[in-house]
Design a protein around this ligand. Structure first.
Ligand code: SAM
Length: 248
């Protein structure tokens, strides 16, 4: 007879287990699943291209983001982390998958990029000494929509902990109606699995990140093959600013 629940973390872990084995995709155990995903680098996966998000480039080019310390959550093979480093940011980039980080480090060597520290692990479980905030930018391209609803609690807690007052949070995620699963939050706890990732409406994103100020929330602009940027119109791209000491 188990009577082990004492903390919010215990409840979150219990809810993760409802999704087993799929939970491996967002917990510490996820390295194996994502390593397999990254094994064949020649697969036509949109975000395998070595190009930064068009939205991120535009924030930097327009001077909305002006440098400082950045944290990328779920950096994968590092295309956005490397761009930020190239533009003078000091970057911490986190991913569950050693294979993704091997690829990212190779790209860093090839491009001569400096200024990125790669961390392997669960972004929501790394300690304060591993992720030394405060960060002027927390960036997420495609990690948030792979999390189950209850892990938004961990996500907002991480922002609360590491995002500097006056700092920015930016994300890209599946746009409802274009990509991703549109079930209500509660439905995912009835055995459906995450169905490839959760779709979000713009209003849902505004609600979840309500304690941040919206700077820009729009659909990403699809980029052609000849573009030096990544862009898919099935994604939202959002930029928010932390005004005070309160995030969640
Ligand atoms: C869809 S991929 C996006 C990769 C990268 N951001 C890009 O756009 O090129 C999502 C990534 O999030 C990572 N991920 C998922 N859950 C994570 C967690 N809890 N902590 C750190 N990384 C995580 C996965 O390993 C995967 O590489």
């Amino acid at each position: 007879m188990d009577r082990n629940i004492r903390t919010v973390d215990d409840v979150l872990a219990l809810l993760d287990d409802l999704f087993a084995p799929e939970a491996d995709r967002w917990t510490r155990r996820g390295a194996a699943w994502w390593d397999t995903f990254y094994t064949d680098r020649s697969r036509p996966v949109p975000f395998f291209v070595p190009k930064p998000d068009e939205s991120l480039v535009s924030y930097v080019d327009r001077g909305v983001l002006t440098g400082g310390r950045a944290l990328e959550l779920g950096c994968g093979p590092g295309r956005n982390a490397l761009f930020l480093a190239e533009r003078g940011f000091e970057v911490d980039a986190v991913d569950l998958s050693p294979a993704a980080l091997d690829w990212a480090r190779e790209r860093a060597r090839e491009t001569g990029a400096r200024g990125v520290r790669f961390h392997c692990g669960d972004a929501f479980a790394l300690t304060a000494s591993e992720l030394r905030g405060p960060y002027d930018l927390v960036y997420d391209s495609g990690c948030f929509h792979h999390l189950p609803p209850h892990r938004r609690i961990s996500y907002l807690a991480l922002l609360e902990r590491v995002l500097a007052p006056g700092g920015h949070f930016a994300l890209t995620c599946f746009a409802a109606g274009a990509m991703g699963s549109k079930l209500d939050d509660a439905e995912y706890y009835k055995g459906t699995g995450l169905q490839g990732g959760l779709a979000y409406s713009d209003e849902a994103l505004r609600g979840i990140f309500a304690n941040l100020t919206e700077v820009e929330l729009r659909r990403m602009v699809r980029q052609g093959e000849d573009s030096d940027r990544f862009g898919e119109d099935f994604l939202w791209t959002g930029l928010f600013r932390r005004e005070s000491d309160t995030v969640s």
